[in-house]
Design a protein around this ligand. Structure first.
Ligand SMILES: Nc1nc2c(c(=O)[nH]1)N[C@H]1C(S)=C(S)[C@@H](COP(=O)(O)OP(=O)(O)OC[C@H]3O[C@@H](n4cnc5c(=O)[nH]c(N)nc54)[C@H](O)[C@@H]3O)O[C@H]1N2
Ligand SMILES: Nc1nc2c(c(=O)[nH]1)N[C@H]1C(S)=C(S)[C@@H](COP(=O)(O)OP(=O)(O)OC[C@H]3O[C@@H](n4cnc5c(=O)[nH]c(N)nc54)[C@H](O)[C@@H]3O)O[C@H]1N2
Ligand code: SF4
Ligand SMILES: [Mo]
Length: 727
């Protein structure tokens, strides 16, 4: 057997750490360091190091399953695909194409996301497609687009972070969510730069900060406006930059001036001296950055909140300049690329808009269909899940586990159960797959080739390193098989490179232009930053402004694309960034006498998302065996709760039970739960599906709850909801 390591990337988060996959003498593979990849230089978190465990047939699906008499039983591929095609066809004949739903995921490669979007529009003819990325960074994407005319999470590479002067990190906890990323902050501080962390909890990330602001959940909008107010009041705006590179300042300024620091202190709980200190630190150096993640974004006002942070950058001249800017840290392995190539309800490949006639013509041309045949925009993720069993009667789900991860999850579970037909393609028998009528076992990262786009906007090649178990096939194979059975015989190749070649053409000329990127080019280097238009003279194209001086992409040899955006101009029609006037508003569900506390939710380092993959790895379960509720000692004393006591957290949606973890690192008015587990400790039983009006992002980061102390948890290992069990 070939014993050389295969260089590839982690299956989990958006950092897309480089790793080697190495064959073992006794068969199987393991993950090893890959020090030459610049982003993580060999460092991996525990999830990445143990990723090969999930390749084992012992923990994953190895044959299609079909429901017979209420039970899932093994079946052949033809039978499984025949059933799906027959049922989708029957629902379409009876109720029309929009009764067919498709739900995708930001963990899917670019090729899969592209093929899934095309499958929905061309084969099913449905508008009802969306994906879990809606739950992730959609608010930042909406705010970035309206300010800069383009949304690429980070408009600069991570290597710029240590060289800036100050970073405000808002609602992001990389110590748990991207451990190798922390090095960029330690280097920043070694170079004399400062780090400000905004988080209601004193996380392990916040502990590294020069200043930690701990606002009440859901008040980041007021906080950013308060900072902007002080920037104006202290004369720290950059008037020349505002004049030359922006529009809309007058209205945005007026909106900010209505938010007095004392009022902001009352709303957020962050004191005026702390606000002043933050402004001083942010404005002192010549360059500075604001980075946001899920904390400020997963709110029913997430888009306006991100706009407020962008306004702060624009007013101080800190966007579209070297070592300065606003960036959003995407989350899933292909969180960035997954939002560019057409699995989103309103979108066509290349980050084109589905309601733009020119975009429809271009993409329809590549697909060989009349533009009029493409459906219009459909429902957003939660709205789609909420419509299951009523307007949407059959669902094809690929790359998500909403029974655990969707807001108001008990309701979503009930909607999934009410479907006429559910098909799930997954690696493992997830909680959602257990509800399906047909389950398809698919290949994973190390068993297939494909591209992802990291949080830097860097397109990367994942390489096939090992053969999948017999009986397992790829998502692309699934889509090809279904398309054929539904009468579309061409246009759905199972070979990823062929799909990528088509994606290049479909994205050409769009905002996220990949046309100059090829597998060969990706294999030769450390990835290519989009946009990367094709060089008319040959393959290599789009070597961009790697020196930070901001030329537009230029066509010249095998370069790294466009690492830095906006240095000359923003991607708006007039080249200027737009201020958006925003004002603070309350969360959708403020505490009251019945539900006096705020619940916020998030992540721990050793579990990933709904836990479908990581709950199957013994080492990770040992480190993070189950859910818990973080609460402050004062709150615990008031309720009479001791550390480890079982507590019920009750919201208007339902009730979850988990052990108490008492810590001074959280605000006394707030409790925190990680969302990685199903069953009685499922945090999403509680969460509020109030949606942001622009991005349709649910409010995962705050809802009103009360606590009931149930008493000692008892000795011995608890097994809340099968948290530690392998499926
Ligand atoms: N270990 C692990 N790593 C992951 C993932 C995982 O599931 N597990 N998932 C990946 C994905 S998809 C994503 S999206 C990223 C997410 O990465 P992060 O955004 O870093 O993760 P979260 O824990 O959801 O939220 C970050 C912080 O927001 C804080 N927060 C809560 N409410 C508020 C608020 O109202 N305002 C502010 N400012 N902060 C608030 C929380 O206390 C938390 O510390 O992580 C990626 N990496
Ligand atoms: N309360 C609360 N809820 C949240 C959040 C929060 O902060 N708080 N965060 C939200 C965020 S940011 C996100 S991104 C979502 C994520 O939540 P989910 O969408 O549930 O994400 P995963 O658990 O990664 O689910 C991916 C599923 O796809 C499978 N899979 C992996 N790779 C492939 C593949 O290549 N093909 C196929 N077919 N399947 C594959 C996995 O085994 C798994 O079952 O959760 C959201 N839910
Ligand atoms: S930080 Fe993210 S990409 Fe890196 S090893 Fe961990 S999960 Fe994988
Ligand atoms: Mo995410």
């Amino acid at each position: 057997m070939e014993k050389t390591p295969t260089p590839t990337h982690c299956p989990y988060c958006a950092l897309q750490c480089g790793m080697n996959v190495v064959p073992l003498p006794q068969g199987g593979v393991e993950v090893a360091e890959r020090p030459d990849f610049p982003v993580n230089r060999g460092a991996l978190c525990g999830k990445g190091r143990t990723a090969a465990r999930v390749l084992s047939p012992a923990v994953r699906l190895t044959a299609p399953l079909v429901r017979e008499g209420g039970r899932l039983v093994e079946a052949g591929w033809d039978e499984a695909l025949d059933r799906i095609a027959a049922r989708l066809g029957a629902v379409r004949r009876r109720y029309g194409p929009d009764a067919l739903g498709v739900f995708g995921g930001g963990g899917l490669t670019n090729e899969k996301a592209y093929a899934l979007g095309k499958f929905a529009r061309v084969v099913l003819g449905t508008s009802q497609i969306d994906y879990n990325g809606r739950f992730c960074m959609s608010s930042a994407a909406a705010a970035g687009t309206r300010a800069f005319g383009l949304d690429r999470g980070l408009p600069f590479p991570l290597e710029d972070i240590p060289r800036t002067g100050c970073v405000i990190l808002v609602g992001s906890n990389p110590a748990e969510t991207m451990p190798p990323f922390l090095r960029y902050f330690s280097e920043l501080r070694e170079n004399g730069g400062t780090l400000i962390v905004v988080d209601p909890r004193r996380t392990r990330t916040a502990e590294q900060a020069d200043l930690h602001l701990a606002p009440r959940p859901g008040t980041d909008l007021a906080l950013a406006l308060g900072l902007l107010h002080l920037v104006v009041a202290e004369g720290r705006t950059d008037e020349e930059y505002i004049r030359e590179r922006t529009t809309g300042w007058t209205e945005a300024r007026a909106a900010a001036m209505a938010h007095w620091p004392e009022q902001v202190e009352r709303i957020t709980g962050v004191s005026v001296p702390e606000l002043r200190a933050a402004v001083r630190m942010f404005c002192a150096p010549r360059a500075a950055m604001v980075l946001t993640a899920r904390g400020p974004e997963q709110q029913s006002k997430g888009t306006d909140t991100v706009s407020a942070w962008i306004n702060l950058c624009l007013a101080t001249g800190r966007a579209g300049r070297p070592l300065s800017g606003y960036g959003c840290l995407t989350g899933q392995g292909n969180g960035q690329g997954g939002r560019e190539h057409g699995q989103k309800a309103d979108q066509l490949p290349g980050y084109r808009r589905l309601d733009d006639p020119a975009a429809r013509r271009h993409v329809a041309g590549v697909w060989g269909v009349p533009p009029d045949s493409l459906p219009g925009p459909g429902r957003s993720a939660y709205e789609l899940l909420d419509a299951l069993g009523t307007d949407v009667r059959a669902l094809l789900l690929m790359g998500s586990n909403p029974v655990v991860s969707a807001p108001r999850a008990a309701h979503v579970e009930e909607r999934l159960r009410s479907l006429d037909f559910l098909a799930v393609a997954d690696v493992v028998l997830s909680e959602t797959a257990r509800l399906a009528d047909v389950v398809l076992p698919v290949t994973q990262w190390a068993e297939e080739t494909g591209t992802t786009t990291s949080l830097e906007g860097r397109v990367l090649l994942r390489r096939r390193a090992v053969d999948p178990p017999p009986g397992v096939r790829s998502d692309l194979h699934v889509l090809r098989g279904l398309a054929r059975r539904l009468g579309v015989r061409t246009g759905f190749p199972a070979d990823p490179e062929e799909v990528f070649e088509e994606l290049r053409r479909a994205s050409a000329g769009g905002p996220a232009d990949y046309s100059g990127i090829t597998y060969r080019r990706l294999a030769e280097g450390d990835g290519v930053f989009w946009p990367c238009p094709e060089d008319p003279a040959g393959e290599g194209a789009g070597e961009g402004a790697a020196d930070g001086r901001g030329e537009r992409p230029r066509a010249a040899g095998a370069g790294e694309g466009t690492p830095r955006l906006f240095l000359d101009r923003f991607a708006t029609a007039d080249g200027r960034a737009r201020f958006v006037p925003v004002t603070h508003r309350a969360t959708a569900e403020e505490p009251d006498t019945d539900y006096p506390l705020l619940l916020t939710t998030g992540r721990v380092v050793s579990q990933y998302q709904s836990g479908a993959q990581t709950r199957r790895v013994a080492e990770l379960n040992a480190a993070a065996p189950g859910p818990f509720v973080e609460l402050h000692p004062r709150l615990a004393a008031r309720l009479g709760a001791a550390d480890g006591d079982r507590v019920a957290v009750v919201s208007r949606r339902g009730r979850a039970v988990a052990p108490a973890r008492i810590t001074g690192a959280i605000r006394p008015d707030t409790v925190f739960m990680p969302f990685h587990w199903p069953g009685e400790g499922r945090a999403n039983t509680l969460t509020n599906p109030a949606l942001d009006p622009t991005s349709r992002m649910p409010e995962f980061k705050s809802c009103a709850v009360r606590l009931e102390v149930l008493g000692p948890g008892g000795l011995g290992p608890r097994d809340p909801a099968g948290a530690g069990r392998l499926a």
